[in-house]
Structures are given as structure tokens and as C-alpha cells.
Design a protein around this ligand. Structure first.
Ligand code: AKB
Length: 317
């Protein structure tokens, strides 16, 4: 990053945003990283200054912030996730698609150095390979969220090809962390289960016991983001979005892993509309292209992740 330019994190109060903002501030210093979110400055949770209230759909204001604050990099994380997106499809499309286009456009006109934008395993659909789904696979998503991420990937590639914009992206699996809660995703159960296990030793899961999904501990996701953004541009061979794998498990498997620490823990199953979404996605991901291009390697397996989660939630393991 150049010495005077600053980073803007859009969606800084969300699940990824809160941890990524802290990681960037540790690296570059507080003053160099502006946290941006739609919450008012007084009500936002956990973000130290500098903070700016913004709406990603307000392009003129966003453009003004970029100019006034001398922003040279944007991490654009604001999105409506898969489960909420099925309830509010128009809103999801508007925020996910128009929000990204605003950021890409501003990035080109303001001559930004780099942009990060997360895609998702939701770009895949029922006809994608279920096991070790490769980088180049049939996508054909069936959720509005997945369609918006899939289209967004092609827009990123287009802005790179046409305008030379250095935009980089990862297809995140379900992310697991104890600091900020996820909101409106299909993979959220893998975070909720820890809270319920600790509070009541019981959890009713909205997915079937044997539904495998790709997941990742937040620590790995933040490291992947920083490593991708640090990589030399000539090593970034994929300008749509990189497959990224951490671990894969079913609700029954994670329940079993939690039971090793909380022996009385019980799980029951009451599948809802999210079951169909989960079944449309691969159960595991092949990330060999990310490993080859910029040296990606996950650290956390299921046992290590469960232990860290419970430790983080102040439980003695
Ligand atoms: C969701 O479940 O919608 C997200 C995702 C897989 O991108 N966590």
C-alpha cells in the first residue's frame, strides 16, 4: 500500500468485516483503515474510529468518501446472504449487484490500487460436482445470492480485463467465528450451534444430520484475504474468484466434535427451507488453483476449530 493512501472497509460491522478491520489496523495502523457500515456512528458495534456511516447504494457519497479520505484500497464486504436473499430477492439483487458495480466504477474513476470482494461457494448449483468441486466447474446457482455472486465474479473479471482494475476475490465457504455473528446465511448453523451448546447444551438444527457443507474458521479466512491481497499481481491467474477450502463437515459431525468437550450436548433436527439451499451446494471444494497461484494452505481442521471456538467463548477445554 502507498504510504499516504488509506483503506476503506465497506461492511466493517459484519461477520468478516469486524475481524478483517482489526487485522488491517494491526498491520497498517488505526488511522489508515476507515471502517464503513450503514449503522449510525453512535450505534455501531465494536468498531473503533475512524468510522464512517455509508450506504453502498449511495454512489455519490461513496465517491466523496474515497476522494476526501484519500482511499487507495477498498474491501467491499456488504451483502445480503443466501437465506435472507430468498426472502427478499429484489433487495438482495440491488445491494449485492448495484453495490458491487458502484464500488468497481469508483475504483476505476478514482484510480484505486486494489479492491477485494468476497464471492461464495453459493455460485455453485445442483449440477456442480458435490465432492471436491473444482475451480472450473458448472456453476448454475439457484439462489438469488448465488446468482448475484456469480454475476459479480464476471463483473470483476470484466473490470480487470477492460480497465486493468486490480480486483481480487475468494469464494468463501461458511465462515465460523465467535466474535461477530453471521446474519442470514445457510451456513449460520455452524456458529449458532456453539452458542446453544454453551448456553443450554441443546441445539435444534435447521439442516438434516448428514448434509455436508464447506466451512472455514475465520482465522483462516482473514489470513487467506491478506495473503491474496499481498500476492504479486502476476501470480493472480483467476480474476473471477478463487475456490477456497478449509474443512467440510455435516451437522452430525460437528455435534460429535462439540460433544467431546460438552458431553451432555444434544442435537435434534428440524429441516426448513435452508435444507434445499444447502443441498444445491457442493459438500467440499478443491482449492488447488489458489494453492498453486499464491500458496494458500488452511490451518484449522474440525478438532482445532472446535477447540478454538470453545476457548474463545471462555469455556475451559
Ligand atoms: C451463506 O450461507 O449464505 C454464506 C455463504 C456460504 O456465502 N455463509
Amino acid at each position: 500500500m502507498n504510504k499516504t493512501g488509506k483503506i476503506l472497509v465497506i461492511g466493517a460491522c459484519g461477520q468478516i468485516g469486524s475481524e478483517l478491520t482489526s487485522a488491517l489496523r494491526e498491520r497498517y495502523g488505526n488511522a489508515q483503515v476507515i471502517a464503513g457500515d450503514r449503522l449510525s456512528a453512535g450505534s455501531h458495534a465494536g468498531q473503533a474510529q475512524p468510522y464512517v456511516q455509508l450506504d453502498v447504494l449511495d454512489k455519490a457519497h461513496l465517491s466523496q468518501i474515497v476522494a476526501d479520505e484519500n482511499i487507495t484500497q477498498i474491501y467491499h464486504l456488504a451483502a445480503v446472504l443466501s437465506a435472507t436473499g430468498e426472502k427478499e430477492p429484489q433487495l438482495a439483487w440491488q445491494i449485492n449487484m448495484q453495490g458491487l458495480l458502484n464500488v468497481l466504477d469508483i475504483a476505476v474513476s478514482a484510480g484505486l490500487e486494489k479492491v477485494f470482494w468476497p464471492s461464495s461457494i453459493a455460485v455453485f448449483g445442483p449440477d456442480s460436482p458435490k465432492k471436491n468441486c473444482p475451480q472450473q466447474a458448472v456453476t448454475e446457482p439457484t439462489t438469488v445470492y448465488g446468482i448475484s455472486k456469480c454475476a459479480g465474479e464476471y463483473w470483476c473479471n470484466y473490470y480487470h480485463q477492460k480497465f486493468g482494475l486490480d480486483v481480487r476475490s475468494l469464494r468463501f465457504p461458511g465462515l465460523i467465528s465467535y466474535l461477530a455473528a453471521p446474519g442470514g446465511g445457510t451456513t449460520d448453523y455452524a456458529v449458532d450451534i456453539f452458542h446453544k451448546a454453551v448456553e443450554t447444551a441443546e441445539y435444534e438444527c435447521y439442516l438434516e444430520a448428514d448434509t455436508p457443507l464447506p466451512m472455514m474458521y475465520m482465522h483462516d479466512a482473514i489470513r487467506a484475504t491478506l495473503e491474496l491481497m499481498d500476492a504479486n499481481a502476476e501470480n493472480i491467474g483467476v480474476r473471477t474468484s478463487y475456490n477456497l477450502a478449509g474443512l467440510s463437515f455435516t451437522p452430525a459431525e460437528i455435534a460429535q466434535a462439540i460433544k467431546k468437550h460438552i458431553p451432555g450436548f444434544r442435537i435434534s433436527y428440524a429441516p426448513d427451507f435452508r435444507q434445499q439451499i444447502a443441498e444445491s451446494w457442493p459438500g467440499s471444494i478443491d482449492d488447488s488453483v489458489a494453492r498453486k497461484d499464491w500458496g494458500w494452505k488452511p490451518k484449522f481442521d474440525l478438532e482445532a476449530m472446535v477447540e478454538e471456538m470453545l476457548k474463545g467463548m471462555k469455556i475451559t477445554v
